[in-house]
Design a protein around this ligand. Structure first.
Ligand SMILES: Cc1cc2nc3c(=O)[nH]c(=O)nc-3n(C[C@H](O)[C@H](O)[C@H](O)COP(=O)(O)OP(=O)(O)OC[C@H]3O[C@@H](n4cnc5c(N)ncnc54)[C@H](O)[C@@H]3O)c2cc1C
Length: 303
C-alpha cells in the first residue's frame, strides 16, 4: 500500500513544488541523484569509470508540456553526447520518450530521437529509450521500430511486470534489438501487470533467458540477488562469456553488490541521473523500497 501511495505522490505537483524548493528535499534526493548540473554528473561518471564501471547518463525530466521543452531536452542530450566524446568518458545516454514529447506529438519525439540516435551512431555511442508507464509502451515500441536503423546505436527497455512483455521480447529478438530488462517501476493496474511480485520475478527470469540466447548484447538491470544469480547460472550453463551481456544498476543503490559483480569479472553499467527534475525519479526509488523513506528521515533528524 505504501508503494502505491508513494507512486501516487510521484505525480502530485503540490508535493513536488514543496520538496524541490527545500534543501531537505535536495539532501534526501542526493543519495540517488548525481547532482543538478552536468558537471556534477561528469564528476560521478569519471569516478565510476575509474573504478571500472560503465555508465548511462540520464538528464532527468519526463512528460513535457510543449514542443520547445522537448527540443530543449534533445539539445541537452546532444551536448551530453559531445561532452562524453570530448572527455573520453565511458557512458551511454538514457532517455524517457515523454521527455522528447512522446505524449504530445509522437512524430516530434521520433524526429528528436532519430537525431540523437544518428549523432550517437557517428560517435560510436548508444541511446537507451527508457520505458515509462503502460500508457506509453505501445508508442515507445512503435518509435523504436521505426528508428532502429543504426541498430547498434539505439536500444529499448522491457518490463517484466507487464503481461505483454513475453510477446514484445519475441518481436524485439526477431528484430535484432538490444534490450534492457527491468521489473518495472510504475503503478500499474492488474489488467496490464502482474499484481504479485513472485509472478514478476518468474517472468523476469523467463524473459532474461529468451534475451540471453538471442545472440544480441542485452542488459539485465536489477539489484535483486536472486535475479542476478539466475542470470549467472543460466549464462554459465549456455556457455556465454561475461562480456556477452551486462548487468545494470542504479546510482546509489546496492553499491557493494555492484562492486562484487565487477570483481567477479562481469560488466556493470551504472545508471546516473542528474538535473533539477529529480522529484518523480526520487519518489519511484522510495516506492521500490519504502524503508528508504524512514532511513532518510531518520538521518535528516539526526543531522
Ligand atoms: C539500470 C536500471 C534502469 C532502469 N530503467 C527502468 C525503466 O526504463 N523503466 C522502468 O519501469 N523501470 C526501470 N528501472 C527500475 C526497475 O523497474 C525496478 O523498479 C528497480 O530496479 C527495482 O527492482 P529490482 O529489480 O532491483 O528488484 P526488487 O525486488 O525491487 O529489489 C531487490 C533488492 O534491491 C534493493 N533495492 C531495489 N530498489 C531499491 C531502492 N530504490 N533503494 C534501495 N534498495 C533497493 C533492495 O535490497 C531489494 O530488496 C531500472 C532499473 C535499473 C537498475
Amino acid at each position: 500500500m505504501l508503494r502505491s501511495f508513494l507512486l501516487y505522490l510521484s505525480e502530485r505537483e503540490s508535493l513536488k513544488n514543496l520538496l524541490v524548493s527545500r534543501s531537505l528535499g535536495r539532501r534526501m534526493a542526493a543519495r540517488f541523484i548525481a547532482g543538478e548540473h552536468l558537471d556534477d554528473a561528469v564528476r560521478a561518471v569519471r569516478q565510476l569509470n575509474s573504478e571500472g564501471f560503465d555508465v548511462t547518463l540520464d538528464f532527468l525530466g519526463e512528460s513535457v508540456h510543449a514542443a520547445a521543452e522537448a527540443e530543449n531536452a534533445c539539445q541537452v542530450y546532444l551536448d551530453i553526447l559531445d561532452r562524453i566524446q570530448a572527455e573520453g568518458l565511458c557512458s551511454h545516454i538514457s532517455i524517457k520518450p515523454t521527455q522528447l514529447g512522446l505524449a504530445l506529438d509522437e512524430a516530434l519525439a521520433e524526429q528528436l530521437l532519430g537525431r540523437l540516435a544518428g549523432r550517437a551512431a557517428i560517435l560510436h555511442n548508444f541511446v537507451r529509450m527508457d520505458m515509462e508507464s503502460s500508457a506509453h509502451v505501445e508508442g515507445t515500441l512503435r518509435v523504436f521500430h521505426h528508428l532502429n536503423a543504426p541498430r547498434h546505436a539505439l536500444g529499448v527497455v522491457i518490463q517484466s511486470y507487464l503481461y505483454r512483455s513475453g510477446k514484445d521480447v519475441e518481436e524485439l529478438v526477431k528484430f535484432g534489438a538490444r534490450v534492457r530488462l527491468v521489473k518495472g517501476a510504475y503503478h500499474e493496474p492488474s489488467e496490464v501487470a502482474f499484481p504479485c511480485k513472485a509472478d514478476v520475478d518468474a517472468n523476469f527470469i523467463k524473459l532474461m533467458q529468451s534475451l540471453l540466447v538471442s545472440g544480441e548484447y542485452h542488459a539485465i538491470a536489477t539489484h535483486d540477488p536472486r535475479m542476478i544469480a539466475a542470470t549467472q547460472t543460466f549464462a554459465r550453463a549456455r556457455g556465454l562469456r561475461s562480456d556477452q551481456f551486462e548487468f545494470q544498476m542504479l546510482y546509489g543503490i546496492r553499491r557493494q553488490l555492484q562492486r562484487k559483480l565487477l570483481q567477479q569479472g562481469y560488466r556493470v553499467r551504472v545508471y546516473v541521473p542528474y538535473g533539477k527534475e529529480w522529484y518523480a525519479y526520487f519518489m519511484r526509488r522510495l516506492a521500490e523500497r519504502p524503508a528508504n523513506l524512514l532511513f532518510l528521515l531518520r538521518n535528516f533528524f539526526r543531522a
